[in-house]
Design a protein around this ligand. Structure first.
Ligand code: GLC
Length: 756
């Protein structure tokens, strides 16, 4: 692929016999022809936009772009191997030069600020409850980062599923050292020069996210501890009575019969299909949780069939591995094998008949609370169990997934489960778009699932941190991400809950979720004025859907994230780089929520250019010149938002739930500037039918000239779109539209001219 260069090395002296690499992440690599020439100390190879200079004595290399600019200099590559029972242990490491001032973004689901320089991380999927603002590793591992030097971006992906540890200029301030616990280093380098170029290339390599069904972008309600069907009906009814819009209610493990996945406890949920039907009648979908672990019980069909078909993870001695999660004892399907994924899809098919709309998959790091020693399981296996349980919350490292050890495939267990779930939904309902929400993942997870950041808490610090986490995920290919609102554990103050709902309305996935044993956190239970503030945030979400859906469609086509760091539009601006308590939604909106208690103002950094204050998407007010910090008013009912100069954002009216993306009413909000643009994607909101993409392009130099182009065959459901101009006085003359009393323009043709 142009602008992508792969460097695959086996630096340890003693390695396992060479076998063909099976990448779980890469789906789109089409190797380019390399031209190679000899140099004084090695070779120079060129491929498209990138070249690599290899120095063979000591092995180092330099990656440069087409203009000859050095992007990355690997100072060394080293490795070692030790023989160890039951398999040898390996290390392979690469060290990059890291001049002061270089920044490092991405890394998937990580804590800390956006620029990870000065930090150290491991890639090892881990179930952590509770996690804290400095916990690492978490549930998802995406060994990918974007380097930024003087505003020029490059990328590096280490396609190794083994645990790896990266020291981002922490121990040695001028070195990035990345150590994999496997025998090889399969590295991909990506050319920029922009952050967007790197992300696009990384996503082209690891796969694009499909466009989710529109309903999955609505408000979602969940709680661990909705124990009966009656309780779920009560949730739907209270939300509707309180006028809260929402689209989805989740069923957590409470619906299962004794924690047996794909079953329903008939005593507490006597008629799930009826529940699903009644929910659907009020525009609400049901999404149940599925965990990977199967209860070991002979009268449990899913377990029996998995065992008979030999689809379970084994110990290194060949017995079925027995552990414990919610079900005890429990066994683990080996999702790395295709036949297991097919089996899973079959089991899921019957379960979906209840009328479920999507699947939430959890505990798929995989989480395993304890492991049972098998009969006669003492030495050497007993020794191995103890030694290898260095992560006591997952499977033993020596456990076998077919011919592969757990230590090698641990990080892709969740990805493979997500694949099974997604493909199962796809084959069961080919006409619907699958919705899968996953806790664990590896590079490429975006192909199958949205990701939420696991068991956060109702802390102000978690509210703030959630932005950098979603931004890191977005830069690592996962555009569809979210965090539990208003924190899974703990008890939020009403103020925190209201502020969290305000940020959440701009989050790609908006799910209210909370843990058993914590106070109920449904937003409609809040006291006033917080309840009305949370409701206004949910309503804003539904107004925003045309724009949000358009951002999602762009993400599915190009890989660009839905929420973006300021650095994407201001890569050489240090202030923009550190401002990660605010974010961009698409290119047009900058959102700076209040993330501190008691504050009624907010200091915002606006990148260069002009920004029109549009708090809570109500009235537009002050015009701000960017390139500096500004203090803006943010009383409790207000979330500061800014509309970028030249951008047009399409909004609709609030609704109680989504129906289709054929918006009955649509107003473009345009911030006048010399060049203007906007986009809108519309389709049925689900399925794979026709679409309609509207593009606005124009200029403004005292008069506005706007051209609307439409692509796709879907007819518009509206007679007119409306245009609201911001940042100028009331127009005097309009051609190609009609000026209304409220100041909006009803567009009648594809060309508009406005004069003042
Ligand atoms: C895990 C999940 C959480 C879920 C709970 C019970 O902690 O992260 O979201 O509610 O398990 O299933």
């Amino acid at each position: 692929m142009a602008g992508v260069l792969r460097v695959h090395v086996r630096p340890s002296a003693f390695v396992l016999p060479a076998r063909e690499k099976r990448s779980f992440a890469v789906v789109g690599h089409d190797p380019q022809r390399l031209t190679s020439t000899e140099t004084e100390r090695g070779f120079r190879c060129e491929a498209g936009a990138l070249s690599i200079d290899l120095v063979l004595d000591g092995f180092s290399f330099l990656i440069a772009d087409a203009s000859g600019r050095t992007l990355a200099r690997a100072l060394s590559i080293d490795g070692d191997a030790r023989s160890k029972y039951p398999t040898p242990s390996h290390h392979a490491a690469v060290e990059f030069e890291s001049p002061a001032g270089d920044a490092y973004l991405g890394f998937g689901e990580k804590v800390g600020p956006l620029d990870k320089r000065g930090l150290r991380f491991s890639f090892w999927n881990t179930d952590v409850m509770p996690h804290h603002p400095d916990t690492d590793p978490l549930y998802v591992s995406i060994p990918f980062f974007i380097g930024l030097r003087d505003g020029v971006a490059w990328g590096c992906f280490l396609d190794e599923t083994w645990r790896s540890d990266i020291d981002v200029a922490m121990t040695e301030p001028d070195r990035v050292r990345w150590l994999s616990h496997g025998p090889e280093l399969d590295l991909y380098f990506f050319a920029g020069p922009t952050i967007a170029d790197v992300v696009r290339r990384y996503v082209a390599l690891t796969g694009r996210a499909p466009l989710p069904p529109l309903w999955a972008l609505g408000v979602q309600q969940s709680r661990w501890g909705y124990e009966t069907e009656t309780e779920i009906r009560g949730v739907v009814e209270s939300a509707r009575n309180a006028g809260f819009p929402f689209d989805v209610v989740y069923l957590d493990i409470d619906h299962q019969d004794a924690y047996r996945v794909f079953t329903v406890d008939r005593a507490r949920f006597p008629d799930v299909a009826g529940l699903a039907r009644d929910c659907a009648a009020t525009g609400v979908r049901l999404v149940p949780i599925i965990d990977p672990a199967l209860k070991l019980e002979d009268d449990y069909g899913v377990y029996r069939r998995a065992k008979e078909r030999d689809l379970l993870v084994r110990t290194d001695r060949g017995d079925t591995l027995v552990g414990a999660v919610w079900p005890k004892p429990a066994v683990f399907p080996d999702f790395t094998r295709e036949e297991t994924r097919t089996f899973w899809a079959e089991e899921q098919r019957a379960f979906l008949d209840h009328g479920f709309a999507g699947i939430w998959i959890d505990m798929n790091e995989p989480s395993c609370f304890s492991v049972e020693p098998g009969p006669g399981d003492l030495v050497p296996h007993g020794l191995e169990l103890r030694e290898e349980r260095d992560d006591p919350k997952t499977l033993p490292m020596g456990a076998m997934h077919g011919a592969l050890r757990h230590r090698e495939v641990h990080n892709v267990y969740g990805l493979c489960m997500a694949q099974a779930t997604f493909e199962g939904l796809q084959s069961t309902r080919p006409d619907a778009r699958p919705f899968v929400l996953s806790r664990a993942g590896y590079a490429g997870i975006q192909r199958y699932a949205a990701v939420w950041t696991g068991d956060n808490s109702s802390y102000w610090s978690h509210l703030e941190l959630s932005m950098a986490m979603m931004l890191g995920l977005g830069l690592s290919g996962v555009a569809f991400s979210g965090v539990d609102v208003p924190g899974f554990l703990g008890a939020p103050t009403p103020e925190l809950a209201a502020r969290w709902a305000q940020l959440a309305s701009f989050q790609p996935l908006l799910r209210f979720h909370s843990a058993k044993g914590t106070p109920y956190k449904e937003p409609w239970r809040l006291p006033e004025p917080h309840r009305s503030i949370a409701r206004a945030a949910c309503e804003l979400r539904y107004r925003l859907l045309p724009y949000l859906y358009t951002c999602f469609e762009e993400a599915s086509r190009t890989g660009l994230p839905v929420v973006r760091p300021l650095a994407m539009i201001a890569p050489d601006d240090r202030e923009a780089l550190v401002a990660c308590d605010q974010l961009l939604l698409g290119d047009a909106l900058l959102v700076a929520p209040v993330v501190r208690p008691g504050r009624t103002d907010r200091s915002v950094y606006l990148p260069r250019g002009q920004w029109l204050q549009w708090s809570s998407l109500r009235e537009t007010t002050t015009l701000h010149e960017g390139g500096r910090r500004t203090l803006v008013e943010a009383p409790l009912d207000t979330v500061p938002v800014f509309l970028r100069a030249g951008e047009a954002v399409p909004l609709t009216e609030p609704a109680l739930h989504t129906t289709s993306a054929d918006w009955p009413s649509l107003t473009w909000h345009l911030h006048l500037a010399p060049e203007v643009r906007g986009a809108l994607y519309e389709d049925a909101g689900d399925g794979h039918g026709s679409h309609r993409r509207t593009m606005l392009r124009g200029t403004y130099d005292g008069a506005l000239r706007l051209v609307r182009t439409i692509e796709g065959h879907r007819a518009s459901p509206r007679e007119h779109d409306f245009l609201q101009l911001h940042g100028g006085p009331r127009p005097a003359r309009v051609t190609g539209g009609r000026l209304l009393d409220d100041g909006r323009i009803a567009l009648s043709g594809d060309e508009l001219r406005v004069e003042w």
